[in-house]
Design a protein around this ligand. Structure first.
Ligand SMILES: [Zn+2]
Length: 269
């Protein structure tokens, strides 16, 4: 296990202080999330759930990172339980197909519910990824203090509002503080957070915050450009439109020169 995890939850005043990844007391959390009694009585106190990015530290003590509610039960399931889960999903998919007016007994659709169940489990496998396995022995002490950029990392994710794909490219940069991460791990990190139900803004932020937690670098920048199927294939039908999001931490946020150097290297300026 890398030492980097031991600092988790500490209130160091390096760049990580920018987003204070401190655990939050249950009382405060319930206050932030809103009170169910008020919700039932219709008082519009909290219309949106607080973001898991700001409520929880990037990495849990067991190495999972912002796992979904059922991620641990998926991780710990026996093969019988896994089969039963797949069956339940498939039967729900069969219902959807029938409600859409399809004949689920016709040849082409016979095994579609099972296939879709397996596909969805794959598309959401990122919740179960453990940061320790993802970055496995790839954090190195190194004197390098210049910007490291990996461009054009392909990402495939699912929009949590429509359950349809969004996909595109992620560009990740950081300025080390005596610690670097194996380059291929940046893509693994992006993949881990992309294989979940996401919104692009959160995906961008999660990659940046996790990298920041792992390396404690001087700064992190993440830019994602993606095409959303829910946008291009329905409603407004803006084919070819893409969405760009960015998250800058540490010196990328504080220093305009660093940010500009990054954008220039990305070919954005
Ligand atoms: Zn959508």
């Amino acid at each position: 296990m890398s030492d980097s995890f031991k600092q988790q939850g500490s209130s160091s005043d390096d760049i990580n202080g920018a987003f204070s990844p401190k655990p939050i007391s249950p009382a405060k959390r319930s206050k932030l999330l809103g009170n169910t009694t008020d919700f039932r009585s219709g008082t519009p106190l909290q219309t949106r759930a607080a973001s898991p990015c700001t409520l929880n530290p990037p990495i849990d003590s067991d190495g999972l990172s912002w796992p979904s509610k059922g991620a641990r039960s998926r991780l710990e399931q026996t093969s019988d339980e896994a089969q039963a889960r797949e069956k339940r999903i498939a039967s729900a998919v069969k219902t959807i197909l029938e409600e859409l007016g399809e004949d689920t007994d016709r040849e082409g659709l016979l095994e579609t519910p099972e296939r879709y169940a397996r596909a969805m489990l794959y598309f959401t496998k990122g919740y179960e990824d453990n940061i320790r396995d993802v970055i496995k022995r790839a954090v190195f002490e190194e004197d390098h203090d210049e910007m490291v950029i990996v461009r054009d990392i392909e990402i495939y994710s699912l929009c949590e509002h429509h359950l349809v794909p969004f996909f595109g490219k992620a560009h990740i940069a950081y300025i080390p503080n005596k610690r670097v991460l194996g380059l291929s791990k940046l893509a693994r990190l992006a993949e881990m957070y992309a294989r979940r139900f996401q919104v692009q803004e959160r995906l961008t932020k999660q990659i940046a915050m996790a990298l920041s937690e792992i390396l404690r670098p001087r700064g992190v920048a993440v830019v994602i450009e993606a095409t959303h199927m829910c946008m291009v294939s329905r409603g407004v039908q803006k084919t070819g439109s893409s969405t760009t999001t960015s998250c800058m931490l540490g010196c990328f946020r504080d220093q305009q020169k660093t940010r500009e150097e990054f954008l220039t290297l990305l070919g954005r300026k």
